[in-house]
Write a protein that binds this ligand. Structure first.
Ligand code: DHK
Length: 146
């Protein structure tokens, strides 16, 4: 039975490819989406990006209400500030992989304390854009093992 995986992205990720390429690389968000769909194989991908906290919260609600099988989320800057995103993720019963393109623990201190990690099944940080494909495949592995 094909699964549905939601890949949700927060602020400024729409500018991947031209945003601080020394940190985030040259891969665009569209290319990231294609990488996720390729990695997913027969499973369906819902791929979204927003610069607005409330929209990200509502998309998490949709993943809950639509009984998504898993979530990959890069909350971007909201990782470190958003109680609403954390509270929404607490309501999701499936596996959650928190994904960061950069290794947030090697960056400025403001990026070191994720509010999301306590509710994430796993955290991937520092693999670059390829981390998204790794996160999708890891979700599939977690779901297979469940
Ligand atoms: C993306 C962002 O936009 C930053 O705010 C995070 C994360 C890091 C990333 O590496 O994907 O700190």
């Amino acid at each position: 039975m094909p699964r549905t995986l939601h890949v949700l992205n927060g602020p400024n990720l729409n500018r991947l490819g031209k945003r601080e390429p020394a940190i985030y690389g040259h891969t665009t968000l569209a290319q990231v989406e294609a990488m996720c769909r390729e990695a997913a194989g027969a499973d369906a991908i819902v791929f979204r990006q927003t610069n607005h906290e409330g929209q990200l919260v509502e998309w998490i609600h949709e993943a809950i209400d639509e009984a998504a099988d898993g979530i990959v989320i890069n909350p971007a800057g909201l990782t470190f500030s958003s109680i609403p995103v954390l509270d929404a993720l607490k309501m999701f019963a499936g596996p959650i992989i928190e994904l960061h393109i950069s290794n947030i623990h090697r960056r400025e201190a403001i990026y070191h304390r994720s509010l999301v990690s306590p509710v994430a099944t796993a955290v991937i940080a520092g693999l670059g854009a390829q981390g998204y494909a790794t996160a999708v495949r890891s979700l599939q592995d977690l779901l297979e093992a469940a």
